[in-house]
Structure formats: structure tokens, C-alpha cells
Design a protein around this ligand. Structure first.
Ligand code: NAD
Ligand code: DAU
Length: 357
């Protein structure tokens, strides 16, 4: 497949998290001639057990550390002579950003600038075509849509939560480095991901985990907010294409045109859990509990991915139906994984916020 940019030594940041680990599990076996170095701080969201399938591979190594640590990042660039960076590392949960925004500024914004600065120093004077900094960003930087229209690469930035503001600031720095220093960058802005290894603070694994235990399932507000869901495997394939074939300086929006209200999504998940656990249809729907809305809750996200589809030939493989079915089956057969990653402090917050155990 590789005809464009051919990375040889790739720094993956945040590779022990949800999307980063799915990416490494696919790419390390696929590209044995590429050396992958995974830099991850192992916050509550990072979990090395996600990477058991590749941890002994000859072309993979793990370094524990912070992307906002300039000395560490510079020394990794100098030792490994990276030809590409795929930058996933971030604080990623909107509700946590509302509770404690400063960690988001540090990891998401300062961390990104720290990596850009190291790449600028080390890549200066090198052929741009042989280098690439792929910044993995989110559709939340564009703010909230009404009932109509879609986000495109031309949509103006309008971040509205501390999380999306920290990611938008990072995106602006990436563009500034491309413009000012001619750093060869690509930016991807993706919609909501779901699939294996997602930390169970996010809606989909949270619903599956709580339904499997017969616990109440919190739906913010009236459940009429809309998200555009994409299976993580389809996101990873898009990133592989962008890394290898994407034009330097380009932004690509990634999304599968799978819009769904939260209430419809939760109901579908509860029905799938019932089906797969052999419960009567509708058994778990009574678990739905409407709770106070997220402050500043964005109403709707929806992506137009025409640019990615037309220029790089990307196509998602999962429908929402097939992806959710696979995901529910995965979590129900990995309850030990869910148990092992559940963060005590988040569960305490959950209890105090909603009175739910
Ligand atoms: P995640 O929270 O599951 O994982 C983040 C990983 O980054 C963890 O392994 C964590 O330990 C690591 N990390 C955090 N701060 C770090 C730091 N300072 N230094 C080094 N490592 C650090 O997140 P995710 O859902 O896998 O998201 C990955 C990226 O994709 C993020 O940049 C996010 O903004 C973006 N994104 C996520 C989604 C989604 O739906 N999950 C959609 C679009 C874009
Ligand atoms: O759009 C991409 C973004 O998607 C990523 O950049 C973020 O990293 C990722 O966390 C995700 O953000 P959301 O806030 O959309 O995802 P979350 O799973 O937290 O919530 C999805 C929707 O469900 C949102 O409208 C809030 C609602 N919700 C969430 C939780 C956790 C509930 O109704 N109840 C819940 O318990």
C-alpha cells in the first residue's frame, strides 16, 4: 500500500490509551520494517495490558514519560531519529476537563508544542517529504451544530469546553509550525470513536459495563444530543492512510456518517446487552436514569468526510449496527479488563454526582 511518505522510525504518543493501543495493535504487525516507540505517561487512561499482543515484537518499544517534558522528548528524538510522529497523547474526557481544566492545558496544548519544538529542532534542513507529524485531533474543536449541516475542513474553530479549547489551541500551534517553520504536518479531526479498550468513563463502555451489572445508566439532560460514531478500527485505517499518503499541510475530517441521539444509542446498547446475555427484550431499558445535563453540553457533532474519502480512498468497514454488536460482545467477554481499569476516583465522583453506586 505504501507509495507516498514511508516512515521508518515512528514516535507514537499515548499508545497505551484507547485509540493509540488499537493503532499499535494493527500497525506493529503490519509494518515490520517500521520501528515504533510508544511514549505514554500511563495516566489513569493508559493501560499496558492493552498492548499484550505486540509488547514483545522486535519493532516495538515502550517508554514511560510525559510529552510535556522537553528534556525527555528531545533525548528521544536524538536517540531514535524519528522520521514521523503520530500524536495521540491527551487528556480526553470532557467531564474531567470541566472538573479540572489545568491538566488539559498541560498535556494537550503544552505537550503538543513540546513535541513540535523537538521535531522542528531535529528535522530542520531535512527533506520534508521524508518526515511527517500527524496530529490526532477531534471534531469538538468546531463547537456545536444545530439540527442541520456538517463539519468540513473549512468550518471555523469554536471550541466550547476546556477539553476542546486545549485541543483547538494545539491544532493552532500545529498549523503555526507548518506555516512558520514549514514543518511537514497533517491534522486529523475525528468524530466520536467506540470499540475495544475504551476507558469506561466514556458513554459506550460505561453503558455496557453498568447494564451488565444491572446498575442505573446515566443519560445527560433528555438524551437528545447527537454524536456521529465511528468504530476505532476505521479511525486507525484512516490514520494509516493519512500518515502514508496524506499531503503535507492537509487537514482531514474523519467520520462514518453514523449520527445517533444519545437516548437511541443507549437504548440500542441496552437491547444488545440483553440479547447477548439472554435477558428478555427490553429488560435493561428500565436502568436508564436521566441526570442533570453536562455544563455547556454541545448539542450535535456530524462530519463530512468527503475530502478523506475522495483524496485517499478511505471507507469505513463497520456500520453502526455491526460495530455496536461487535463492541458489546467484546466488553461482555472482557469484564475482567473493565474491572481492572476502573478508576476509583471517577467512581467516587460518579457516586457524589448522581448518587449512583
Ligand atoms: P485516552 O484517554 O483513552 O488515552 C490517552 C493516552 O494518552 C493514555 O494512554 C494516557 O496515559 C496518555 N497521556 C495522557 N497525557 C499524557 C502525557 N502528558 N504524556 C504522555 N502520555 C499521556 O484517549 P483516546 O480516546 O485514545 O484519544 C486519543 C487521541 O485521540 C486524543 O488526542 C483525543 O483528543 C483524540 N480523539 C479522540 C476521540 C475519541 O472519541 N476517543 C475522537 C477524536 C479524537
Ligand atoms: O467527538 C469526539 C470526542 O468524543 C473526543 O474528542 C473525546 O475525547 C471523546 O471523549 C468524545 O467526547 P464526548 O463528550 O462526545 O463523549 P462521551 O462518551 O463522554 O459522551 C458522549 C455523549 O453522551 C455526550 O453527549 C455526553 C453523553 N453522556 C456521556 C456520559 C459519560 C451521557 O449522556 N451520559 C454519560 O454518562
Amino acid at each position: 500500500m505504501v507509495h507516498g511518505h514511508e516512515p521508518k522510525r515512528v514516535l507514537i504518543t499515548g499508545g497505551a490509551g484507547f485509540i493509540g493501543s488499537n493503532f499499535l495493535l494493527r500497525m506493529v504487525p503490519r509494518y515490520p520494517s517500521i520501528q515504533f516507540v510508544n511514549l505514554d505517561k500511563l495516566t489513569y487512561a493508559g493501560n499496558l495490558t492493552n498492548l499484550r499482543g505486540i509488547e514483545r515484537a522486535d519493532n516495538y518499544m515502550f517508554v514511560r514519560g510525559d510529552v510535556a517534558d522537553p528534556a525527555l522528548v528531545a533525548s528521544l528524538f536524538s536517540t531514535h531519529k524519528f522520521t514521523s510522529v503520530v500524536h495521540f497523547a491527551a487528556e480526553s474526557h470532557v467531564d474531567r476537563s470541566i472538573m479540572a481544566p489545568l491538566a488539559f492545558t498541560r498535556s494537550n496544548t503544552l505537550g503538543t508544542v513540546t513535541l513540535l519544538e523537538a521535531a522542528r529542532q531535529v528535522w530542520a534542513g531535512k527533506a520534508a517529504g521524508a518526515r511527517r507529524f500527524l496530529h490526532v485531533s477531534t471534531d469538538e474543536v468546531f463547537g456545536s451544530l444545530g439540527h442541520d449541516s456538517l463539519f468540513t475542513e473549512e468550518t471555523p474553530y469554536n471550541p466550547r469546553s476546556p477539553y476542546s479549547a486545549s485541543k483547538a489551541a494545539a491544532d493552532h500551534f500545529v498549523r503555526a509550525y507548518a506555516h512558520t517553520y514549514k514543518l511537514p504536518v497533517s491534522i486529523s479531526n475525528c468524530s466520536n470513536n467506540y470499540g475495544p479498550y475504551q476507558f469506561p468513563e466514556k458513554l459506550i463502555p460505561l453503558v455496557i459495563m453498568r447494564a451488565a451489572h444491572g446498575q442505573p445508566v446515566p443519560v445527560y439532560g433528555q438524551g437528545d444530543n447527537v454524536r456521529d460514531w465511528l468504530h476505532v478500527a476505521d479511525h486507525c485505517e484512516a490514520l494509516d492512510l493519512i500518515l502514508h499518503m496524506g499531503a503535507p499541510g492537509e487537514t482531514y475530517l474523519v467520520g462514518g456518517s453514523n449520527e445517533c441521539t444519545n437516548l437511541n444509542l443507549v437504548t440500542t446498547l441496552l437491547d444488545l446487552v440483553d440479547e447477548q446475555l439472554g435477558h428478555p427484550k427490553g429488560h435493561s431499558r428500565s436502568l436508564i436514569q436521566f441526570v442533570p445535563d453536562r455544563p455547556g453540553h454541545d448539542f450535535r457533532y456530524a462530519i463530512c468526510a468527503d475530502h478523506l474519502r475522495q483524496s485517499l480512498g478511505w471507507q469505513p468497514r463497520y456500520t453502526l449496527e455491526s460495530g455496536l454488536r461487535q463492541t458489546v460482545a467484546w466488553y461482555l467477554s472482557h469484564m475482567d479488563w473493565l474491572q481492572s481499569v476502573t478508576d476509583r476516583s471517577y467512581m467516587d465522583y460518579f457516586q457524589s454526582q448522581y448518587g449512583m453506586a
